[in-house]
Every structure is written in structure tokens, then in C-alpha cells.
Design a protein around this ligand. Structure first.
Ligand code: ADP
Ligand code: ZN
Ligand code: ZN
Length: 758
């Protein structure tokens, strides 16, 4: 009756009680105290401990919501004011105290709710299944098995499920069976009801769960550079102190072998290692390399079923696993005694999550490494400038593998200057004359060809084909974007705008135009030019079906495809000895994106794609088509000179206070009504300016239309905050958004250390 208003005489009734602090998974912000009833505090099956989930009554309606218990202590409270924990969900803690601290740090750093982080860290499969201690296993009784042929069954799904279970060598859970035949639990329940299958409860141990057997390999004898790197990691391991290290080496320089041997040491100390790889390179081959060296290898990635994820998570938490290999979220793997974190291809975009919590796995990994006093090894041929800068500052160590193990030279990289009419006169398509000739030669010698078309250039920049001039914002040093509807050039950082030039301001050519070429168009051109050769396209459109990515790669590997063309998807981590030519259709699409990382991405792209060729006996070369061959990022990539690139790009960033010299937060406001979204963005900008008045060095830019101004019927505006350090920006955003109600239907996304500016 008096649920929310305690009676007067109870106000001072303080007593010592066991109190749990609960962070709600979704919805409400904040932490709430609840009393722990005696039934949940004794050591029964479902007693409460820190890191388990609970159901608690919430709000006036007392609806039951799920929360995480983050602290548990006996203290003096006014018991009448507190509600009771209703139920404990999990049979064991999902999060260790260390993981709770890490997630708390993430919520503060990335300006999101703690509950939101917790939901992201604990995989859905684990949240769903953690409460199940015993599994219910299904099997087909003997007598049913004998009469299987004569049974009349209602639905084809029942028939399929029954046949699958009868043929299966072991008992299955409902979820496994449903997964296997592609049905819901419904038909299985029907079978149970009719007594055609039976259920029994059982405790399942991980040892009963089969793992693929891989032939074992022994470690290789390291070359001098590798040995040097391993020694440095070893010293860091023994020191018991956190140590960030950048392992800088081209593809094929033997980085993975160094990881493997470093992990061997870690395992020798009885500890575990986490290896983070980009989602796209989490292939069976990668996993096999680890399974060939270690007994307990767990794999975590986003395409796993709930059951699989849960199984891996439990094995890891029990300490049955020595090595966890996984994509971004594997940084949260619940290893009991972590000894090392490795991040391969650390510059990769897929390590940054693009929904809340918008964390970068590299930064979370470093945070975790510091908390656990262990080394973090970041491997790349083209390290992010953030990590590179840390090595220059002495914060991270730098370990070099300057040569390919095979001693094969890196391929020759040549630019094709698209401004030269002799190169393009040949045709009006995307393939220049020199590239066409190189393709003819490569195919004649039975080599394979990769063509890369970076399509991220859909935010179309204006470029002069005669001289390579690109329209840039005078304030931001970034390319302007052409907006077709208004026929205007806009800067997406500061909202500077100007009419598009009729003639090129530099060379007065009237041919000025905006870029844009799709992979489908390119495919048609290739098929027309090389009708006698096989060609396959690989991009997110053509690769939508699960497994199709791997199928195409397998076919290419077996030589069934002569020409593989696609987006940067094909530039990564693949090893094809027979590829003798790589063509980059237009290096400028990445170069002129309105993003301060445009140069870095272009360099990475060309360097990575160059690593795809020249691996075999025949050698190989790379042709880079561009309108700006003199651009520093392209010149450096042609010379395989990362250090030159880093030095020059860092100098520019220092001048403009871009990361790593300053911090950045990007806020995206979106909504179905343009005026509302814009008004919200403007209101927010005003509040942000108020919050930062008098703050040294804070720049607030915007609101400006986002690089993609309208997406899925939502209008998008962005505000960008820059400052020498992150703290004033974080408090400004917290201050400006506190107690502020965004109109329904309008959304704010706060991105700390943004990676993508689209
Ligand atoms: P990265 O990870 O830098 O691309 P890898 O570790 O995959 O390089 O090595 C490339 C190739 O060279 C692999 O086939 C690997 O087995 C081989 N390799 C690596 N180190 C050695 C070594 N010390 N001796 C002989 N072969 C090696
Ligand atoms: Zn021009
Ligand atoms: Zn600008």
C-alpha cells in the first residue's frame, strides 16, 4: 500500500542489512540498492554474489527487470525504503571483480551506461543460458527407433527432427536439435508430448564436447629479428608489469610465429592468452594454426550460436582454455589468469564497435593489460598512428620485423597517373591502358589478378581529371563533399560551404567532375574485356550469404577464378602465392574522404593490398591508378615506407590538433524530421559551448550535416568536439546531456575517439 512513501515512524528505522547494488541491464541509468532476503544470502544453489544477475522490482509498477549485482555489503540502511531482490538468475558469476572494474572504466570513458556495457560484454548466449545448470538432453527411445519407418508424423519438421536425432550419435539439447534441422522448439515439443523422443537431465562436462582434432606442429626456429622480438615479450612477461608493444612487420615477416611462441611461454607459466584478430581474418586457417600448437583453444566470434558462445565462455571461465582466439569482443573473455593479449592487424577498423558502447578493443585491451599487469602486443605492417606515436613517445616498445621470412622482396608498386591522356585514351572505363596491359600479361603467364575498388568514396568529392585538383575546406584541410540536391560543396566538419566550381580553379579545365564507380560496373567491364577468363566479385552485396566469402576464397585459392575483384574485403590477410598482379582501381576514393584519417587509410589500403602479391615464385606487382600520384600517402605506399608516411602525417595532425595530439568526441543527432533533428543538434551545441566557456583549447564544430546526411529516412547532423585532452570534452558532454530530454524519435550517439566520420 505504502510502497513508495514510507510511513513517518519508519523514517529513522535504520538497521544493519545485507545490501546489493544493482546495475540495470537496459533502460534506466544508474545503480540501485536492494535488500538481499535471507533466502538468497545463504549458500544455496542460487545465492547472490557479485557478478551474478538478478531480477528486481523496479519503478512504481514494480515490474521485474534484470540487473547485475556489482557490490554486496552489510551496511546501515533504512530498510523500509529499499525493495527486495526478487530472484537470482545465474548459477555462477558472469563477471569477475576485475571485469566489473574494466566495464566501469568503459562506461566512464565512452560516456555510456554501465548496464549497456555489461550487456555488450556478456554475450547474449551466456546471458540466456547461464541460468541453466543441468541440460535437458533428448534422445530417441529404442522402441521408437525400431519402428521409425512406419511412423506417421504431422509435420515435415517433426519428421526431420526425429530423423536427425535418431541418426545422431549423442543426445542433443532442444536448442542443438532445433539449430541442426532449422526449426523452432515447437515441433520438438510435439514429439516429446507424443513420447517419440524422451528427455533426461544431465550435467555436461566440457570434455564430453567434441573439438576438432588438428595435427600438431612444432615451433619453428626463429630468425634473428623474431628471436629479438620474442625475447622482448618474454622480458615483459617476466617483469609482471604492463607493457604495450608494437610488433611492426610486413605480412609474411613472421609475426604470427612470434605470437605462437610467446603464448607458449604464457601457457608454460600456467596462464592464458587472448588473441584478437579482425573478424574477417577469423578464418578456419587462422584457428587451425593455433589449434596445431595448443590443446585448449577457444574461439569467440559474432556468428556463433548462443549455445556455442555459452560453451566457449564457460570453458574459458573454468580455466580449461589456454588460448582464446576471437574478434573484437574476445577482449572480454573471462580468462581466470590472463598472461598476454595479442592484437593482430591492430590498425583494422573492425576493432572499433560502431554501436554503444562504442569502444575500441585496442584501448580496452590496454586498459585490461594495465589492470592485470601483463604485456599487450599489437601487430601490424601499418600500425595505427595512435600506437605508432606511443612508440615514438617511449610509452610503447617497438619491435621490428623488417624482412619477409622467405626473403622474397616486396612487390614493385607502380602508379598509373590517370591525368595522363595516354593512359586513359584507350577506353572510357575504369581500367587504364597500363593496367589492361598488365592484366593481359599476368593472365597469359597463368597468374591470377586481384582488382581492388574502394567504394567508400560514395561521399563524392569534386576532382579535376586534368590536374588532380580536389576541392578542400579552407578551415579543416579536408575534402568538401558534393551535395547533388542543393548543388553545393560542403565541409562535414565545420559546415563551411561554397558553390561548386564550373572550371577547375587550378588549371581552368572545364572537365571537373565528381568520382564514383561501383563494383558491379567494374565487373561488367572486366567480363567484357576478358571474356575468356573467369571473374568473381566480392563485396558486402555479393557476400551476404554466410560462408560465401570463404567459398569464393577457396575457389580463388584453387585457381578456379582468374580475376577476383572487390572492395577492401579482399585486401586483408589472405595468402595466395599465384597472385602476380594487384590493381587498385582508384586510390583517390579513400584519399579524399572528409576524414582526417583519409591519408592513413589510403596508405594502409595500398600497403595491405601490396602484401597480397609477390608471395610465390613468380613475384608480383601492384598498379595503383590515381589522379594524385604526388600525394604523400601514395608516394610513401609506393616505396613501402611506413615511417616516412607516419612522420609526415603526424606532423600535419600535430598542427591541426587531430588525434593522437588531441582528443575528439563526435556526436551524431538523427531523427525522421529534419527541422527537429537540426534544432536538437543546435540546442545541444549551444549547451556544449556554455559548458566549455573558458576552457583552454576546446573547439566545437557544427552542427553540420553528416557525411551521409540522410540514412534510412533519418536526417543526420554531427557535432565535433576537439581539445588537447579528453577530460574537458567528457565533462562537457555529460553536463550538456544531463537532465535533458531529447524529443521522442530523435537519437543521440556519442562517440568518444571516433573512428568513422561518415
Ligand atoms: P605474418 O603473421 O607476419 O604474416 P607468419 O608468422 O604467418 O607471418 O609467417 C609467414 C610464413 O613464414 C608462414 O608460412 C610461417 O610458417 C613461415 N615462418 C614464420 N617464421 C618462420 C621461421 N622462423 N622459419 C621458417 N618459416 C617461418
Ligand atoms: Zn584542374
Ligand atoms: Zn571545414
Amino acid at each position: 500500500l505504502f510502497d513508495d512513501e514510507p510511513a513517518e515512524w519508519e523514517v529513522d528505522a535504520q538497521s544493519q542489512r545485507l545490501v546489493a547494488t544493482i546495475v540495470l541491464g537496459e533502460g534506466a541509468t544508474g545503480e540501485y540498492d536492494y535488500l538481499v532476503p535471507d533466502t538468497l544470502s545463504d549458500r544455496g544453489d542460487y545465492f547472490l554474489e557479485v557478478g551474478r544477475r538478478v531480477r528486481v522490482p523496479f519503478g512504481r509498477s514494480n515490474r521485474k527487470v534484470v540487473g547485475y549485482c556489482v557490490t554486496l555489503e552489510t551496511k546501515l540502511v533504512d530498510a523500509a525504503r529499499l525493495k527486495l531482490v526478487a530472484e537470482v538468475i545465474d548459477a555462477s558469476a558472469l563477471l569477475s571483480p576485475a571485469m566489473l572494474r574494466l566495464t566501469r572504466w568503459m562506461a566512464d570513458y565512452y560516456l555510456c551506461k554501465w548496464g549497456e556495457v555489461l550487456e555488450a560484454v556478456v554475450p547474449a548466449g551466456v546471458r540466456l543460458l547461464a541460468g541453466t545448470r543441468k541440460v535437458t538432453l533428448l534422445s530417441v527411445p529404442e522402441d521408437v527407433r525400431d519402428t521409425l519407418g512406419q511412423l506417421k508424423l504431422g509435420s515435415p519438421q517433426q519428421r526431420k527432427a526425429l530423423a536427425h536425432l535418431a541418426a545422431s550419435e549423442r543426445s542433443l539439447t532442444t536448442a542443438q536439435l532445433a539449430d541442426a534441422v532449422g526449426c523452432t522448439a515447437g515441433p520438438i515439443k510435439q514429439l516429446l508430448k507424443r513420447g517419440l523422443i524422451e528427455a533426461h537431465e544431465k550435467r555436461v562436462r566440457s570434455s564430453e564436447l567434441d573439438e576438432t582434432i588438428v595435427e600438431r606442429e612444432s615451433p619453428l626456429v626463429l630468425n634473428e629479428d623474431q628471436q629479438h622480438a620474442l625475447d622482448a615479450i618474454d622480458a615483459a612477461l617476466e617483469s609482471g608489469k604492463p607493457r604495450g608493444m608494437v610488433l611492426f612487420g610486413v605480412t609474411g615477416s613472421g609475426k604470427t610465429e612470434v605470437y605462437l611462441q610467446a603464448i607458449e611461454r604464457v601457457v608454460g607459466y600456467g596462464r592464458q592468452a587472448i588473441v584478437l584478430v579482425p573478424e574477417i581474418s577469423l578464418t578456419p586457417q587462422t584457428v587451425r594454426r593455433f589449434r596445431a600448437r595448443f590443446d585448449g583453444v577457444a574461439v569467440l566470434h559474432s556468428h556463433q550460436s548462443h549455445v556455442e558462445r555459452h560453451r566457449e565462455w564457460q570453458r574459458i571461465a573454468r580455466g580449461d582454455v589456454q588460448v582464446v582466439v576471437g574478434a573484437r569482443s574476445a577482449v572480454f573473455a573471462p580468462t581466470p589468469n590472463l598472461g598476454l593479449i595479442v592484437m593482430d592487424e591492430e590498425h583494422e577498423s573492425s576493432f572499433k564497435q560502431d554501436s554503444a558502447p562504442r569502444y575500441h578493443a585496442r584501448d580496452v585491451a590496454w586498459q585490461r593489460a594495465q589492470a592485470e599487469g601483463i604485456p599487450l602486443v599489437l601487430g601490424s605492417a601499418t600500425p595505427s598512428l595512435e600506437s605508432w606515436y606511443k612508440t615514438e613517445q617511449g610509452e610503447f616498445a617497438r619491435l621490428d620485423l623488417p624482412r619477409r621470412v622467405s626473403n622474397r622482396p616486396l612487390p614493385d608498386v607502380l602508379t598509373v597517373d590517370l591525368r595522363d591522356p595516354a593512359h586513359t585514351r584507350f577506353s572510357r572505363g575504369a581500367i587504364s591502358r597500363p593496367l589492361h596491359q598488365a592484366m593481359v600479361a599476368a593472365l597469359r603467364d597463368e597468374g591470377q589478378v586481384i582488382l581492388l575498388l574502394n567504394r567508400r568514396g560514395f561521399a563524392t568529392h569534386v576532382q579535376c581529371p586534368a590536374c588532380g585538383y580536389v576541392a578542400e575546406c579552407p578551415a579543416c584541410d579536408l575534402s568538401l563533399t558534393f551535395h547533388r540536391q542543393e548543388s553545393i560543396l560542403r565541409c562535414h566538419y565545420c559546415d563551411h560551404h561554397e558553390p561548386p566550381p564550373v572550371n577547375c580553379p587550378d588549371c581552368k579545365s572545364p572537365a571537373i567532375r565528381y568520382g564514383g564507380m561501383g563494383t558491379q560496373k567494374l565487373e561488367a567491364e572486366v567480363r567484357a574485356r576478358f571474356p575468356e577468363h573467369t571473374c568473381e566479385r566480392m563485396d558486402t552485396d555479393s557476400m551476404r550469404k554466410a560462408g560465401s566469402h570463404q567459398r569464393v576464397l577457396d575457389k580463388f585459392c584453387q585457381g578456379e577464378i582468374d580475376i577476383l575483384l572487390g572492395t577492401q574485403m579482399i585486401a586483408k590477410g589472405l595468402d595466395f602465392p599465384n597472385v602476380t598482379l594487384v590493381g587498385v582501381i582508384n586510390a583517390d576514393t579513400a584519399l579524399h574522404l572528409p576524414d582526417f584519417r583519409a591519408g592513413e587509410r589510403t596508405f594502409q589500403l595500398v600497403a595491405q593490398v601490396a602484401g597480397r602479391t609477390g608471395r610465390g615464385e613468380k613475384g608480383g606487382r601492384v598498379l595503383v591508378q590515381t589522379l594524385s600520384p604526388e600525394h604523400m600517402a601514395i608516394r610513401a605506399a609506393v616505396r613501402h615506407d611506413f615511417e616516412m608516411f607516419a612522420e609526415e602525417d603526424l606532423a600535419t595532425r600535430r598542427q591541426l590538433c587531430y588525434p593522437p595530439f588531441g582528443s575528439m568526441i563526435r556526436i551524431l543527432v538523427r531523427g525522421p524530421q529534419e527541422e527537429t533533428a537540426q534544432a536538437v543538434a543546435e540546442g545541444l551545441t549551444q549547451r556544449l559551448r556554455q559548458e566549455t566557456t573558458g576552457e583552454e583549447g576546446v573547439r566545437i564544430m557544427g552542427p553540420a550535416a553528416a557525411a551521409i546526411p540522410k540514412l534510412r529516412d533519418h536526417y543526420r547532423f554531427q557535432i565535433q568536439l576537439q581539445a588537447p585532452t579528453l577530460d574537458p570534452l567528457r565533462s562537457a558532454v555529460t553536463g550538456a546531456t544531463a537532465k535533458w530530454k531529447v524529443p521522442t524519435g530523435t537519437f543521440l550517439a556519442v562517440d568518444v575517439d571516433p573512428w568513422d566520420m561518415m
